[in-house]
Write a protein that binds this ligand. Sequence first.
Ligand code: FCB
Length: 303
Amino acid sequence: MYHRLAPVAQSNPLLPGYPFNAWLVAGLTPIGAGDPLDFFIDRPSGMKGYIINLTIKGRGQVFSGEEAFECEPGDLLLFQPKTSHYYGRSPESDCWHHRWIYFRPRAYWSSWLVWQDEKRGVGRLRLPERLWGEFERLFTTIEQTHTSGKRFAEELAMNLLERLLLRAVEEDPRSHQQIRDPRIIEACQYVTNNLAGELKIDEVANHVCLSPSRLAHLFREQMGINLLRWREDQRIIRARLLLQTTQEPIATVGRIVGYDDQLYFSRVFRKRVGVSPSDFRRRSLDADTLVTRESWDLLSASQ
Ligand code: FCB
């Protein structure tokens, strides 16, 4: 018998009500028949970020009625943002264990996030058995790296996630990777080289010989977000790195990445990262600078 729990705000990501206010959250959901996790995950309007999950034991069921399909060990599923989530243990199986990662992608990952086999916003890739161990280890390493509390925990976890997504695309026999329009690549390059400047769409459009409206349309189509938002992503990524690796004052870091007004910089930073630039720097300094030996061992074992 499935039961649904009312979503009350709480701190366990395996139960309804967890806020997922983060760039990355990873975990394992081990569902056994009749135990407290044995309910259907039901998020009719989906989530802000993507979810990738890997079935490692038993079988799961996604959606219900005519649209329902099952997943089994070695199946990778990718849920697009805002796509409805409805999944749980298949009634035919006594358990469903799956590893999952919730994430807000880097802008340039967008073309790896459109999978060939997709149903109602859920992509599916069945991995051959020889790859199950490699992918499961990647999921585990991402979770361990992210929760290690070390200085670059999130960057390294994102870095491993990028590897996981690339490996998935590489292993998909049907992936005819969309080749990105060279004008969009050039536009990205131009924006990156002028991160600090007061950039106007007209100027970028002019540089890549497109009309402003054509550039805006093509950029969104190929990158999944609009150009100004993409630039903000790049500014914040760069600011995080500068805060972690230099001793420049916060105001200077803000200026380097294009925010002359320190208060405004702090506001945007806090909105995107969840903490102020100075808290972010303090936390990074407190953390150990070394990558855990175990992470590397796990990663090398997966190769
Ligand atoms: C957990 C679910 C898992 C995934 C994450 C985001 O509660 O068990 O499948 O949806 O939330």
